[in-house]
Write a protein that binds this ligand. Structure first.
Ligand code: PLP
Length: 355
């Protein structure tokens, strides 16, 4: 078998949920498990996080899976329904759609359903992605309050820059408060960054995503700095060792040319597994636990590493791509991306083992 394995530490998931709860002790926690549990496996993540007060997913299929596995938690559909035909099943399964467009509100207001639905009304307070403009909110609320099949309404918004210490959330939070007043409706605003940095955003429900997977939402910090434990450790092994002479090149495009004779290991992982192709020469990587660097371009199924710090390494030596002892945030920074993308890009062909 190919030696590439993603180890998933389910106890670390539960620990990180505890960190979110401790950071927002008066709020209920909606564990965000979209994108196949940020690449860790929806079913596995839901099980490890069953102490959460609810789950947030993207699409009906994911919610159907969770209900099928027996979870009776509140389940929020972050983009609501993609077609009005989904509404009867949403109501039957007691799912909670986010309503972010006028036509979704009209559909819910007109619908004849067997069960009443709990809805979230999404307000665009400045991110300009999803949500109603503040000026449209009063009218939408009136329509939803008058709708016979709406059981409850939660007010929602999302921050564009909660991870940015300069911009932050102040403007969006002020606009949210101005729009919604101090009414009785429950609210939900905070993603991981806002949970950790802005207690005044916590409200009734917080929505941690990335922090549950042990990753820092803040640039320049890693999960461990925030008391989080990494959940996914991606490991492989050396499948070849090459002696390269000074002046010889390694990999496609001959992007790395040896400045001296050196020993190069070939690792069974590539971009078709989700390792970022844009991780250039010098991306940190562990061989037998020793920090070293990648060399040359990442191939589809392989990449090369400098074995200078690990002269005893051999075919079969273990290699850590990210996770325990090598934060995914550091690898992502070398690839010009975020750990969010590394985790969610893990390919289906990668074997997953729970630890
Ligand atoms: C993905 C998502 C979250 C979680 O964000 P993190 O940065 O991963 O904590 C919260 N709310 C909404 C609406 C989202 O789409």
């Amino acid at each position: 078998m190919r030696p590439l394995i993603a180890h998933i530490d389910t106890a670390a998931l539960a620990h990180n949920l505890g960190v979110a709860k401790a950071a927002a002790p008066s709020s209920r926690v909606l564990a965000v498990v979209k994108a196949n549990g940020y690449g860790h496996g929806l079913g596995r993540v839901a099980r490890a996080l069953r102490a959460a007060d609810g789950y947030a997913v993207l699409a009906l299929e994911e919610a159907v899976q969770l209900r099928g596995e027996g979870y009776s938690h509140p389940i929020v559909l972050l983009e609501g329904f993609f077609h009005p035909d989904e509404l009867p099943e949403i109501a039957r399964l007691h799912l909670r759609p986010v309503l972010h467009r006028q036509d979704q509100i009209e559909t819910v207001a007109r619908a004849r359903l067997e069960h009443r639905v709990d809805v979230l009304l999404k307000i665009d307070t400045g991110m300009h992605r999803l949500g109603l403009r503040p000026a449209r909110v009063a009218e939408a609320l009136a329509a939803l309050r008058a709708a016979p099949h709406v059981a409850s309404i939660t007010l929602m918004s999302h921050f564009a820059c909660a991870d940015d210490p300069v911009v932050g959330v102040a403007e969006q939070l002020a606009l949210f408060r101005k729009t919604t007043g101090d009414g009785p409706l429950p609210i939900t605003l905070a993603n991981s960054a806002a949970i950790l940095r802005y207690p005044d955003t916590h409200g009734d429900w917080v929505r941690p995503g990335i922090m549950l997977y042990g990753i820092s939402p803040f640039p320049g910090q890693v999960g461990a700095d925030l008391g989080l434990l990494p959940v996914m450790t991606l490991e492989s092994r050396l499948i070849a060792v090459q002696r390269i002479c000074r002046g010889e090149a390694v990999g496609y495009g001959a992007c790395f040319v040896a400045e001296r004779d050196l020993s190069v290991g070939v690792v069974a992982v590539g971009y078709a597994d989700g390792y970022p192709r844009h991780a250039g020469n010098g991306t940190p990587i562990l061989v037998e636990g020793h920090l070293t660097r990648t060399l040359g371009r990442v191939s589809m199924d392989m990449l090369s590493v400098d074995l200078t710090p690990v002269p005893h390494a051999h075919v079969g030596s273990p290699v850590t791509l990210w996770g325990a002892d090598l934060p995914a945030e550091r690898v992502a920074a070398h690839a010009g991306t975020l750990a969010y993308e590394l985790l969610t890009a893990l390919a289906p062909r990668v074997r997953v083992v729970e630890i």
